[in-house]
Design a protein around this ligand. Sequence first.
Ligand SMILES: Nc1nc2c(c(=O)[nH]1)N[C@H]1C(S)=C(S)[C@@H](COP(=O)(O)O)O[C@H]1N2
Ligand SMILES: [Mo]
Length: 328
Amino acid sequence: MPGRFKVPGIPSSEITPESVYLRRRQFIQAAGAIAAPGVLGLSAGASAAYVPGETALEYAPAAKGPLGYYTDEALTPRRDAASYNNFYEFGTGKTDPAAYAHEMTVDPWSIEVDGEVAKPGKLHLEDILSRYPLEERIYRLRCVEAWSMVIPWVGFPLSALLAEFQPTSKARYVAFRTLYRKGEMRGTRSFTSSLDWPYREGLRLDEAMHPLTLLAVGNYGKTLPNQHGAPLRLVVPWKYGYKSIKSIVRITLTEKQPATSWNMSQPREYGFYSNVNPNVDHPRWSQKHERRLPGSLFKPNRIETLMFNGYEEQVASLYAGMDLKKHY
Ligand SMILES: Nc1nc2c(c(=O)[nH]1)N[C@H]1C(S)=C(S)[C@@H](COP(=O)(O)O)O[C@H]1N2
Ligand SMILES: [Mo]
């Protein structure tokens, strides 16, 4: 499946931490150290901190193989990924999150897990970071707006966290909430945003337990810059980007399908499932193609969008027998 993508080469003019990162990663994989935790991002190049406060993480490099944890498509350079974001809490413009997300305090941080679980409770970020072994996943991210990136995340499977709280037999869905702190989130003080706060998302329990579903605490080998959803965000690679909710403070297991922000805002345009699907157009545009970033006016990198964002082999069985035109 990666072979179906045109892989744009990394221009040699681009001497950036990303290329250092890439070379180190390839070296480590060539050395056969796949299972050993790698210490990446510690090179001189990468230590030029992009965002104050970020630190290098230790993790196992992405494993190649049929599980979809790795793609050899060119990574979106870190700089591009961190300067073109959607995080409406900080404004609706693509550069607003990079400009204003630093106003959000991410330390201390804890998340509450409640609802249909035998053991509701609170987890502090330090506990999360020490409890779950971190691994890298290199995923495609396809925004519903028809642009896409390839991002190396660092995190752990959501299933590991959920299992610990012991979902009851009634639990069928998982609801997520983002921090809502008006004083630190200028986008939530705006009257022009169409979203209701806090930002909410949800998954079916089997989607949440799928091994591809990741809770990310970092990307490009380091802790997450705030604009990417620090200190902890969801990544669901076969769904449109808006399902990958940022800066999570609460996870609630429910019996009924939870309300989700974009669906509440425009139900005809954004469904609960939001699986990437080139055969179901958005009411206002086609979903058959995407712009793989970075691109330019002269080189837009237009590529075909794949069913389930290229993760069909791994996730199609979750939707067997469902009419995906109806459950968009
Ligand atoms: N809380 C919150 N989470 C969010 C959003 C948001 O506005 N608020 N935007 C979503 C959208 S539309 C996309 S495409 C991705 C973008 O993730 P990235 O900026 O890390 O690439 O975040 C998603 N998570
Ligand atoms: Mo998006």
